[in-house]
Design a protein around this ligand. Structure first.
Ligand SMILES: Nc1nc2c(ncn2[C@@H]2O[C@H](COP(=O)(O)O[C@H]3[C@@H](O)[C@H](n4cnc5c(=O)[nH]c(N)nc54)O[C@@H]3COP(=O)(O)O)[C@@H](O)[C@H]2O)c(=O)[nH]1
Length: 510
């Protein structure tokens, strides 16, 4: 799975369930809030009905006191006494025709009262009264023949019912005809519900009024957060853990095999080059191609971390093929700057020598570089034993006929038996760096080098010493008859392109 697909899967695994769960939770929350709000509106209506019923009760008691001559002086004190015993009622007045003629507060008094103002002849919402100009009042009217009684109730009793137990984000209003009372006991001629969301309404069955409840302009998500932030945080944390879990599953170390397969298809293996020098003149005679893995996450990976597994699994074959193609492409660009002949050593694993593709790949390499001075040297690594069968024998003859040369790498450390290897007509023998390292330190290593050189000369093989780090080592090896030197003394492996560019630049300056 590529890093991009991994990232996208993680985003999907994290975001989609979170959005889905939050949406579901929000929908449930809103449904329950609506239900709760409706119940709250019903409860308010019931309580207002009860309050207004006290007004009617007070009206009835006043109407019962009226004498035939409508004399206020004799009854207003009794009305006042009765008003004080009835909850919520501030004042009760008596009406005859279109005039109020008696009040429980001031006794006999005359002022107009237009019956048409009362909704259904029963209820009136007023912005204020003679007692308190800016204190809204609700008036309940009861009629008996041509007589009527009015009870005024302070709207503060009603407004106190408006506060919502669940959230302050709701605006509650009471409508009596075209007049409105809203939270904070505000009287208004304007419908306050216009800018509200999710407005619920309940109309009283007993009096002509309706109670409205709606969200006061805030987003329902904000209210959801205000009310349920604890559970929302729980969901978000749970999702975070889920996403971390998914991340661990997705990013768990994959098998090296599948990583190598992925890297092959992404062309992540690149050629590095280390120069090979003439031991006497110290001039450049060639290079060894060393594979590096440019891993998208881990950066540059050393070959000893992946080559053994690649060789065991057989993936080394397509990996080497990639390296050969890339090497040919770059050499073609700079071949004009290279000396003749120019030795290009490529490490070949034993499995590769049992496959028919090797000669095809070498042929393609030779035709791609299209220059006879470039000599492809196949360095046979010794990590796995090379069985020289009739097939390999034939293969190496084919390779020779193409112009390839054969080197035995890491001589003295692996499975090679010179007798066996001579069957494939070797050209070079590479002395392993472990012996070179011990020059001047360990007599056995020096003895081994001397014997190897002598034997190689007798077999007409050229000798390359690897791992040359000091002048002393270089001098010793040259004196012993080693033909070519390779090691950090001359250069560490660097990207092939950089190597070729540097070399071309150096030539230009000379
Ligand atoms: N089948 C394939 N095997 C390959 C390929 N590319 C590399 N390899 C093998 O991996 C092993 C490790 O290689 P690397 O880390 O590149 O090490 C090489 C040199 O960098 C290192 N070297 C060279 N000079 C010096 C030195 O002076 N000092 C020092 N300490 N190290 C030095 O030695 C390694 C030389 O490799 P080789 O000549 O092949 O032995 C290694 O075994 C590689 O073979 C590949 O494409 N295919």
């Amino acid at each position: 799975m590529t890093e991009n697909i991994k990232k996208n899967s993680l985003i999907l695994l994290t975001l989609l369930p979170t959005i889905f769960i939050l949406k579901l939770f929000h929908a449930g929350f809103m449904a329950s809030l609506e239900e709760n709000t409706k119940q709250h509106a019903i409860a308010i209506v019931t309580q207002i009905d009860t309050i207004l019923a006290y007004g009617e009760q007070s009206n009835q008691q006043a109407l019962d006191l009226i004498a035939a001559d409508n004399n206020c002086d004799q009854i207003y004190r009794k009305i006042r006494t009765s008003v004080t015993r009835i909850p919520y009622v501030r004042t009760t007045n008596l009406v005859h025709g279109d005039s109020i003629y008696c009040t429980s507060l001031w006794g006999p008094l005359t002022f107009n009262d237009n019956q048409a103002k009362y909704v259904d002849g029963k209820l009136l919402l007023m912005p204020g009264s003679k007692v308190k100009k800016n204190q809204p009042l609700i008036v309940v009217r009861s009629e008996e023949g041509d007589k009527a009684a009015l009870s005024g109730i302070d709207t503060r009793y009603i407004e106190s019912l408006f506060s919502h137990s669940q959230t302050k984000s709701f605006l509650v209003s009471l409508a009596v005809g075209k007049l409105w009372l809203t939270n904070n006991n505000v009287f208004t001629y304007e419908n306050p519900n216009k800018s509200l969301l999710d407005v619920q309404s309940v109309t009283s069955n007993n009096y002509p009024f309706t109670v409205y409840i709606g969200l006061n302009g805030k987003s329902s998500w904000l209210i959801f957060w205000e009310q349920e932030y604890f559970y929302i945080l729980v969901i978000l944390f749970a999702q975070m853990f889920f996403s971390l879990f998914c991340r661990t599953i997705l990013c768990r170390p994959r098998s090296l095999y599948s990583e190598l397969e992925r890297a092959i298809s992404n062309h992540e293996f690149v050629p590095y080059a280390q120069p090979i020098m003439n031991a006497t003149t110290k001039e450049l005679v060639g290079l060894e191609i060393l594979m590096r893995w440019e891993h998208p996450v881990h950066g540059l990976v050393r070959p000893d971390m992946f080559i053994p597994q690649a060789e065991r699994s057989g993936l080394i074959i397509p990996m080497t093929d990639l390296i050969l193609k890339e090497t040919a492409k770059q050499l073609r660009l700079y071949k004009h700057a290279l000396p003749a002949p120019f030795h290009v050593g490529v490490n070949i694993a034993p499995q590769h020598c049992n496959s028919t593709v090797l000669s095809e790949e070498c042929q393609r390499f030779i035709s791609e570089v299209a220059d006879n001075k470039i000599v492809l040297v196949l360095e046979l690594t010794e990590r796995e034993a090379l069985e020289v069968s009739d097939f390999t024998h034939g293969l190496f003859q084919q390779l020779k006929s193409l112009g390839c040369k054969i080197a035995i790498d890491d001589f003295g450390t692996g499975h090679s038996s010179l007798v066996n290897l001579q069957k494939i007509d070797l050209n070079y023998l590479k002395i392993d760096q472990i012996f070179v390292k011990n020059i001047g330190i360990d007599n056995t290593s020096e003895l081994l080098i001397d014997t190897t050189v002598e034997m190689a000369k007798r077999l007409s093989l050229s000798i390359i010493a690897e791992g040359v780090e000091t002048e002393a080592q270089a001098e010793y090896l040259q004196k012993q008859g080693v033909d070519f030197l390779q090691g950090f003394l001359f250069s560490k492996p660097i990207p092939l392109e950089e190597f070729l560019q540097n070399h071309a630049l150096k030539l230009e300056k000379q």
